[in-house]
Design a binder for this molecule. Structure first.
Ligand SMILES: Nc1ncnc2c1ncn2[C@@H]1O[C@H](COP(=O)(O)OP(=O)(O)OP(=O)(O)O)[C@@H](O)[C@H]1O
Length: 612
């Protein structure tokens, strides 16, 4: 890590990343309490974006920071922000001193948890709150009473708070001294332009504004003009000056060209023959495809969990948590960019059947790809290609975080060649036929190995019908709710029993046939077997399994359980406990409302909605 300025870019500074420089957080002027907290989290040296960004932020400059995914942008703004808030403790104010605005609820929860976990070790009485649009108004008011020093939210939620009078415009103007727009390149995508324009009118000229982003898109330019004053633009790039600076160098990118029909076969071959390193995050473009994949894989004894916008928020948090602590290895995630399409389809369906009073809504603030800090993902598998090159960057960014190694494998059908070309262009690949591609053909799977599985794969795929998918999707929702309710209280007392609520359980009615769980000797291919052995050896050498288990069970369920969303939290343990109880109460109400919602979905005429 480390880096000296490489020269001025047109709009700001560009910095190399690879040249090591012995600068610590002390030299950056970070408060000793925060450094102690970082040490407890085994963070000892600043990452390049932190090294370059923190001094500028502490100086009070407006900053636009662009650094690749997983490069530590959160601490880059959070550390100087908290430090500034330390110096304001005790000052009277009528609104929060700082806002962090993010595009999704998942990110809200993540940033909020990171802030709390730092403060826990600092022993200061700083109040942090998060509010999201799904919260009932009294809860929002309670969270904002005080007011908190730092508020984490989405732009839409801030607009709601202002319009409902929970946050007073004049108070914001008077108190807000720092505003961060995190994942700035996504904020406009999520339709927050109007909300941000509205908020801008209440931000005083002396408020310091920061934009954090993994790409410098036209949207970032729009936001920059909207809220920043003479900002410094920081762009972190590779020291070798390569254009392929959007993906960490430690991530190897591969592709497999195949027909759409063969994608399940290839996915099976990759996982069953164990030629990919775990944990694996599998991206699909629709919720139904997610269930198809899970049902298909489980027939071969491969357990996976599902993550999509339809699941209750609490379950999603839980799934992420379980995956992060290593309770299962395969997570099938439906990418958020496609959810908007799915939502639009549903809207169409709704308007066609106006008699249906029930309206199933996907969570418009859900975001599984952007910014979510999945822990220890080694392989990202693009089962479906993302719709845009930027989507690819953000998907791949879920591995190779904080300079760990990783790999991505994209299954590319002929219909997806155009998006692949766009991705290659974005990564800076030129048209020269002789130059090496940054996305190489996947070398560890022979044709023979794949073909040997074809008959079984096609046979099983035929059995995963639309009806089976629809039923599983509905059953999964129902089970998520029922299990959460039954086990929630139990986990609070017995955090180690977390396995009981494992999200990778089988969905099929019948148990998977035993003979499909193994690949018989006559179907095995020697070259692929060898590759698989090597993958396992390197996994053992890295000690990934042990690491996951240790980390997971050390953290246990308590972090999940105590991080109930949407509440004000102080940093004292007693306050945390109290907040935990409040969160459970809120969960109960939300749970029952959602249960009614699902009950209606299952037993009313609304079935076609699930089919879309
Ligand atoms: N200085 C550091 N040393 C070691 N690990 C770090 C450091 N800073 C951050 N990390 C870890 O790196 C991971 C990625 O950090 P973070 O989520 O802030 O990345 P990001 O740049 O915001 O990524 P994205 O663009 O995907 O949102 C986190 O798990 C974080 O704890």
């Amino acid at each position: 890590m480390g880096g000296l300025p490489k020269g001025k870019m047109s709009e700001g500074k560009q910095h190399g990343e690879e040249d090591e420089e012995e600068v610590g957080f002390e030299e950056l002027g970070i408060d000793a309490r925060l450094i102690r907290a970082l040490k407890k989290k085994s963070i000892n040296k600043p990452s390049p974006i932190q090294r370059e960004g923190i001094p500028l932020i502490l100086e009070g400059k407006d900053v636009v920071a662009r650094a690749k995914t997983g490069s530590g942008k959160t601490y880059a703004y959070l550390l100087p922000m908290l430090q500034k808030l330390f110096s304001e403790i005790g000052l009277k104010k009528s609104a929060p001193s700082a806002f962090i605005l993010v595009p999704t609820r998942e990110l809200c929860q993540q940033v909020y948890s990171v802030a709390l976990s730092l403060l826990e070790f600092c022993r200061v009485q700083l109040k942090v709150a998060q509010v999201t649009t799904d919260m009932p108004m009294p809860d929002m008011s309670a969270a904002l009473a005080g007011p908190p020093d730092l508020l984490v939210s989405t732009p839409a939620c801030i607009s709601t708070c202002i319009s409902k009078g929970v946050l007073a415009k004049a108070a914001i103007q008077e108190s807000l001294s720092m505003l961060v727009l995190d994942e700035a390149d996504l904020l406009l995508d999520y339709g927050y332009k109007e909300d941000l324009e509205g908020l801008k009118n209440h931000i005083s000229r002396r408020c310091q504004c920061l934009l954090m982003s993994a790409t410098l898109s036209p949207d970032v330019e729009i936001l920059k003009k909207l809220v920043l004053h003479n900002p410094v633009t920081l762009t972190l790039s590779e020291a070798d000056g390569s254009n392929n600076e959007l993906i960490p160098k430690s991530v190897q990118q591969f592709l497999i060209s195949c027909s759409s029909r063969d994608k399940l076969l290839y996915a099976l071959a990759l996982l069953r023959l164990e030629v990919v390193q775990k944990k694996v995050l599998i991206f699909v473009n629709t919720i139904d495809m997610g269930y198809r994949m899970k049902l298909f894989l489980e027939q071969f004894g491969i357990k996976s969990a599902i993550l999509n916008a339809e699941l209750p928020h609490n379950s999603r948090d839980h799934i992420l948590h379980e995956f992060n602590i290593g309770l299962f290895d395969y997570l099938v995630a439906t990418d958020d960019s496609h959810l908007k399409e799915e939502q639009a389809n549903r809207e169409k369906l709704k308007s066609r059947s106006s008699k249906k009073k029930f309206r199933q809504r996907l969570d418009s603030e859900f975001g599984v790809v952007r910014g979510i800090d999945f822990k220890n993902v080694f392989t990202v598998l693009n089962f479906d290609m993302p719709q845009s090159p930027a989507g690819y960057i953000h998907r791949i960014g879920r591995t190779g975080r904080a300079r760990t190694t990783g790999a991505s494998i994209s299954l590319v059908s002929p219909e997806e060649t155009e998006v692949l070309e766009g991705i290659k262009q974005l990564l800076g690949e030129d048209d020269n036929q002789d130059s090496e591609s940054c996305i190489a053909p996947f070398p560890l799977l022979t044709k023979n190995a794949v073909e040997a599985l074809r008959y079984r794969a096609e046979d099983v795929a035929k059995g995963v019908t639309k009806v089976a998918i629809r039923e599983s999707r509905a059953r999964d929702l129902r089970d998520e709710l029922t299990n959460s309710e039954k086990l929630k209280a139990h986990f609070e007392d017995n955090p180690k029993d977390l396995d009981l609520l494992k999200h990778d359980k089988f969905l099929s009615k019948k148990p998977p046939p035993a003979h499909l769980s193994e690949v018989p000797v006559y179907l095995r291919d020697a070259a692929t077997e060898e590759a698989s052995k090597n993958v396992k050896l390197s996994r053992a050498a890295m000690g990934i399994d042990n690491l996951n288990k240790q980390r997971g069970f050390r953290r246990g369920f308590s972090r999940f359980g105590s991080s109930g969303k949407g509440k004000t939290k102080t940093t004292t343990p007693r306050a945390a406990k109290r907040e935990g109880r409040r969160a459970n109460k809120k969960f109960d109400i939300a749970f029952h409302m959602f249960a009614l919602h699902i009950f209606y979905l299952l037993f009313s005429q609304a079935k076609p909605i699930l089919l879309c």
